[in-house]
Design a binder for this molecule. Structure first.
Ligand code: UD1
Length: 418
């Protein structure tokens, strides 16, 4: 089993190039099903989740060719199936982003989902509500869901919550629907804007992405294009926190600084110096940082995907910091691991109270999910001794070349295979 070992490291220094966004690349790969011509995607991160999405596309009959490490060609002219298999669905929940495109292209989609329509605390009711509004018949069964239609017809869809995945799935389904679809209370994340930009290059008519009202006018068919995926704001945020927690001086390059605003604002509040330029941000960490309070919210609020990393940072800020997690239930699994390392964190329902300033010590810890794994690496940089992180397949789902990038900044980190 592979593990990552992090030893107490000097203040991190240098620059790091940020990869393409996982969460933008996943829906864009799914959307490639909508067209019948060659699609070339650049800056696709080389990650486990991307590999799984490529497997999903291939299982549906798309031809996918990796032209370079980060360049992928997809051709979905001859789709052979509208059904996603259980094994792939189980490996990555985001696989259901192919539902909207399949429904639009094939008129039917059958998806094996562990737990049917309601997967624990991550339901897909809003996706299904959107498909129904466009005229699809949705049937839920014990371990899956199907949706079918003669034709999709545009409609107004109001989302009870601005779900990222539901907004993406409904936009994709609506691109080939008859007439106009309006999504109200849509998610405003930069990844939605990237998807809309990509779809427009394919010939779709999408306006309003990045606002809470998105309008899609259906077209008959979509064509090929070349598209460069936007930089990963969560990877960038993780490296920005690494400068803060280690009292270092790190420049994150190849980013869109406006996407980083909620993270930049909190790092400044915590006493760090943040210098922005066109496509990079330099963070000069303040080891005497100031405690902060964060509340996770849909974009442009503070991202839930940066919550764990900030929790790690808070353990080093002398005084009381708080986190309120409003987006996901039960997203504090990393707290037990940080506590094992000596952190003082109390969780009450969706609120965590961190009393920072107690030194952390290296321990054997478990990456309970992707961002939790990143938080443990950050904590390991400043903990006394050696932190050994297991279950690192979670980390590999979302961070490209993570040890190499941290080592480039002077971190003492290695991967071992036991
Ligand atoms: C995406 C991101 C994930 C990020 C999340 C929130 C991808 C591949 N993943 O996930 O990294 O943490 O956005 O920024 O882009 N909900 C419902 N019903 C639904 C759909 C969602 O109740 O039909 C709820 C969820 O349970 C959750 C909240 O809405 O509490 C947010 O989920 P959503 O925005 O849909 O996240 P994902 O698209 O799954």
């Amino acid at each position: 089993m592979e593990k990552i070992i992090v030893k107490k490291s000097p203040a991190l220094r240098g620059s790091v190039r940020i990869s393409g966004s996982k969460n933008a690349a996943l829906p864009i790969l799914a959307a490639s099903i909508l067209g019948t011509e060659d699609i070339i995607l650049e800056d696709v991160p080389d990650l486990k989740d991307i590999e799984i999405m490529i497997e999903v596309l291939e299982s549906l009959g798309s031809k996918v060719e990796k032209l370079e490490k980060n360049k992928v060609l997809v051709n979905s002219k001859n789709l052979t199936s509208y059904e996603t298999n259980y094994e792939l669905m189980n490996k990555m929940r985001a696989s259901f982003l192919v539902m909207g495109p399949l429904l639009a292209r094939m008129g039917k989609t059958v998806n094996s989902l562990p737990g049917g329509c309601n997967i624990g605390s991550r339901p897909i009711d809003l996706h299904l509500k959107g498909f129904e509004a466009l005229g699809a018949k949705v049937v839920c069964y014990d371990d899956g869901v199907s949706a079918s239609c003669n034709e999709l017809v545009g409609n107004v869809v109001y989302l009870d919550f601005p779900s990222v995945g539901a907004t993406e799935n409904i936009i994709m389904a609506a691109t080939l629907a008859k007439g106009e679809t309006v999504i109200e209370n849509a998610a405003k994340e930069p990844e939605i804007v990237d998807l809309a930009n990509f779809l427009r290059k394919m010939g779709a008519i999408v306006t309003g992405a990045g606002t809470s009202t998105i309008v899609i006018k259906g077209v008959k068919e979509l064509k090929g294009c070349t598209h460069q995926i936007i930089p990963d704001r969560i990877e960038a945020g993780t490296f920005m926190v690494s400068a803060a927690i280690s009292g270092g001086d790190v420049s994150v390059e190849n980013i869109i600084p406006s996407h980083m605003k909620p993270i930049t604002a909190k790092l400044i509040e915590a006493g760090n110096k943040v210098i922005e330029s066109d496509d990079k941000i330099r963070v000069i960490g303040n080891p005497e940082g100031i405690p902060i309070n964060i509340k996770t919210l849909p974009y442009p609020g503070f991202p839930t995907d940066m919550q764990a990393q900030f929790l790690a940072l808070m353990t080093s800020l002398k005084g009381k910091s708080t986190v309120i997690e409003t987006v996901f239930e039960n997203r504090f699994m990393h707290v037990a691991q940080l506590t094992k390392m000596g952190a003082d964190i109390e969780v009450n329902d969706r609120k965590a109270l961190v009393t920072g300033g107690r030194p952390l010590r290296g321990e054997e810890v478990i990456a309970t999910d992707l961002r939790a794994g990143a938080a443990l690496i950050l904590a390991g940089l400043v903990a006394e001794g050696k932190t050994t992180i297991s279950d690192i397949y979670h980390i590999d789902r979302g961070y490209e070349d993570i040890e190499e990038k941290f080592r480039g900044l002077g971190a003492n980190i290695e991967r071992i295979d036991e």
